[in-house]
Design a protein around this ligand. Structure first.
Ligand code: FAD
Ligand code: NAP
Length: 337
């Protein structure tokens, strides 16, 4: 077998929350041929299997049974190009932020608002990563994957991926698909998307702004309020922004006239970070974990925490927001096992 399985593998450096966690077995996947081999192995042994990228959207338990397989597939390929656009195929293990930076160096535009999101290219379709009014699904042509349900290699067109707000079939059917590469259609002509106030306030003359300036502005804003996981364990936004009905929104507006809100397909989107802050929890600390003092949507591990610690804090946040606003927060990072 070409798989180099390691037993009792410490995962605390493999999840950006830095939670104490140990995998029963761990393997790095460097070649797509190893994927069916690994699947046969776990099926024969009847073991659970987790596909791992950069571990930046996971809440890992202290003991992870079965196999954790980190996808380390690399490669960037230009499949085709014309005057307006390029089609790229990028391997799952490429680092997202490095890929975004490289696209700008090549003169391929579209991903600049998604700069500095941690993690891998392969995980980008899983929760349809988004920031500053842009979602990755806007640029995905198709996803290459191995489907465990049919035991076949598949290509899923964007419309087949069930993309939604921080959601996709890959998130809804965990473990079914292992994404090996993603095809992106990017533009050769830069169209700034400056709808979010940190960008619109900075660039008063959109016609003159460059893609690199937007990329750098996004990096700067993010660095100013988001903790760097290398310094302080976190998984980015711990809760999704809730969408409430128009009726519920009007009720909230009558008691909280300053409540930030945005249009959404099924009602009004509220800012979960604002709700947590108003519930008095910004900067709140509970043992080794806490609510970040600059961005209340981010829960942090000051060191040595485990999943129970972070879940206890998350439950407290959810309860307090529910009591104050009658709004239920939904966790964004994936708990495993
Ligand atoms: P992991 O955490 O390793 O995995 C996440 C899930 O995807 C797991 O279920 C895993 O099994 C699955 N998975 C991973 N790779 C594959 C694959 N190749 N095939 C199949 N399944 C796979 N998210 C946003 O949307 N917008 C943001 O602006 C944003 N900002 C963040 C800022 C910080 C500081 C942090 C820590 C996180 C942020 N996130 C954000 C969340 C996170 O970075 C993204 O969800 C990212 O795409 C996760 O990538 P990853 O490689 O770390 O995935
Ligand atoms: P922010 O600017 O403080 O705004 C708070 C929330 O309001 C955001 O979450 C955003 O929703 C929403 N919002 C702001 N302006 C909006 C507009 N013009 N139209 C619609 N919605 C608007 O947010 P932030 O925390 O600094 O994050 C900035 C961006 O990075 C956001 O898009 C956020 O999603 C993304 N981000 C995501 C993560 C993660 O882990 N998922 C972590 C950090 C940052 P949306 O979240 O729906 O965009």
């Amino acid at each position: 077998m070409s798989l180099e399985l390691k037993s009792k593998f410490d995962l605390s450096g493999f999840n950006t929350l830095g939670l104490k966690s140990e995998a029963e077995q761990f393997v790095r996947i460097k070649d797509v041929c190893q994927i069916p081999e690994l699947i046969s192995y776990v099926e024969e042994q009847d073991l659970p299997l987790l596909w791992l990228g950069g571990g930046s959207n996971l809440v890992l338990g202290e003991s992870v049974p079965g196999v954790v397989a980190q996808l380390a597939l690399t490669g960037r390929e230009l499949l085709s190009q014309d005057d307006d656009s390029v089609l790229l195929c990028i391997a799952a293990g490429e680092v997202w932020h490095e890929f975004v930076r490289w696209t700008l160096e090549q003169g391929y535009y579209g991903l600049e608002n998604l700069a500095l999101i941690p993690g891998s290219v392969g995980a980008s379709p899983v929760q349809n990563i988004g920031a500053y009014g842009v979602e990755v699904c806007d640029f995905i042509e198709q996803v290459h994957a191995f489907d465990r349900a049919s035991s076949k290699w598949v290509q899923l067109k964007s419309a087949e991926c069930g993309f939604g707000y921080r959601d996709s079939i890959f998130k809804r059917e965990p473990g079914r698909y292992v994404i090996t590469s993603v095809e992106f259609r990017l533009s050769r002509n830069f169209q700034p998307r400056l709808g979010y106030s940190p960008l619109s306030e900075r660039f008063s003359q959109p016609a003159k702004v460059t893609a690199l300036e937007v990329f750098e502005a996004v990096c700067e804003v993010r660095r100013s309020k988001l903790p760097d996981p290398a310094q302080l364990g976190n998984a980015g936004s711990f809760f999704k922004n809730p969408v409430v009905t128009q009726l519920q929104f009007e009720k909230l507006l009558s008691t909280h006239p300053k409540i930030p809100n945005y249009p959404a397909e099924t009602g009004r989107k509220l800012a979960a970070g604002w709700l947590i802050e108003q519930a008095g929890l910004k900067g709140y600390t509970e043992g080794a974990v806490g609510v970040h003092k600059l961005q209340a949507l981010v829960l942090v591990n000051y060191g040595g925490a485990n999943r129970t610690d972070i879940e206890r804090l998350a439950n407290r946040v959810k309860q307090q927001v529910q009591t104050e606003f009658d709004v239920l927060l939904e966790q964004e990072p994936i708990a495993y096992p």
